[in-house]
Design a protein around this ligand. Structure first.
Ligand code: GTP
Ligand code: MG
Length: 201
C-alpha cells in the first residue's frame, strides 16, 4: 500500500517548523538504525526520506505530510562516533528542543537495532523522554538480519533491563524495512491514536 506522503521541508530549528494542526509523530534513534528506511517502508514511498549505508545521513528535522491527516518527522540520529563533540551537542539541542517544544508532537518512536542488547545511549534517551513526559514507543529494527529466536532473546533482555527501572514497559514493535514486517502494526497504532484525537475535538 502506498500512502499519499509529501515532503514538507527540512529545518535546523524547531522554531522554524511550520505551525500545524495535525498530530505529529517523530522517529528517533541511533544513526544508521533505520529511521529513514522505516519511514519509506511505512509510507510505501521509496525515496521519500533519504537513506544511506553510512551513519549520519539525516542532519535536519525533516517533515512529511501523510494523507493530509498527520505529520511524520525524520530526525538525525545520535551516537555517531565520527561526529565531532560540537556537532553531537548541536544534535542534542536541536532534537531535544524539538521534542520538548513541539506542541502537536503526539508520540515518539524510538528505534533500536534488534541485534543489540540495550545500549547506554538508548537507555539515556528513554530516561530523557520519560522524565520530560513525552509519550514514546520502542521500535526494534532490521529483524530480517537474524532469526526470530535471536530477536526474542534480545527482546527478553530489553524487558529485563527496562523492568528494573520502570513499572510499565513501553509499547514495542518489531520491524523490518526489507520485508515490511511491523509496518501495518505501526500504521494501525498511529491511526488509532489519530482517531482518538479527532473524537476529542
Ligand atoms: P541516520 O540518518 O544516519 O540517523 O540513519 P537512519 O537511522 O535514518 O538509517 P537509514 O534508514 O539511512 O538506514 C541505514 C542503513 O541500514 C541503510 O544501509 C539501510 O539500507 C539499512 N537498513 C535500514 N533498515 C533496514 C532493515 O530493516 N533491514 C536491513 N537489512 N537493512 C536496513
Ligand atoms: Mg536518516
Amino acid at each position: 500500500m502506498k500512502l499519499n506522503a509529501k515532503f514538507i521541508s527540512s529545518y535546523d530549528d524547531y522554531k522554524k517548523c511550520p505551525e500545524n494542526s495535525l498530530p505529529e509523530y517523530a522517529f528517533i534513534g541511533r544513526s544508521n538504525v533505520g529511521k529513514s528506511s522505516l519511514i519509506n517502508a511505512i509510507t510505501g514511498v521509496k525515496n521519500l526520506a533519504m537513506t544511506s549505508s553510512k551513519p549520519g545521513k539525516t542532519q535536519l528535522i525533516n517533515m512529511f505530510n501523510i494523507e493530509d491527516a498527520w505529520v511524520l518527522v525524520d530526525l538525525p540520529g545520535y551516537g555517531f562516533a565520527k561526529s565531532s563533540q560540537s556537532s553531537r551537542i548541536k544534535w542534542g539541542q536541536m532534537v531535544h528542543d524539538y521534542l520538548k517544544n513541539r506542541e502537536k508532537l503526539t508520540n515518539v518512536f524510538l528505534l533500536v537495532d534488534s541485534r543489540h542488547e540495550p545500549l547506554k545511549n538508548d537507555l539515556e534517551q528513554i530516561t530523557w523522554l520519560a522524565s520530560n513526559g513525552i509519550p514514546f514507543s520502542l521500535v526494534f529494527t532490521k529483524v530480517d538480519k537474524q532469526s526470530i529466536t535471536q530477536t526474542n532473546k534480545i527482546l527478553a533482555t530489553w524487558n529485563k533491563v527496562l523492568g528494573e527501572d520502570w513499572e510499565e514497559l513501553p509499547k514495542t514493535f518489531t520491524t523490518s524495512s526489507e520485508s515490511g514486517k511491523g509496518k501495518d502494526e505501526l500504521l494501525t497504532y498511529i491511526n488509532e491514536i489519530n482517531q482518538q484525537i479527532s473524537k476529542l475535538k
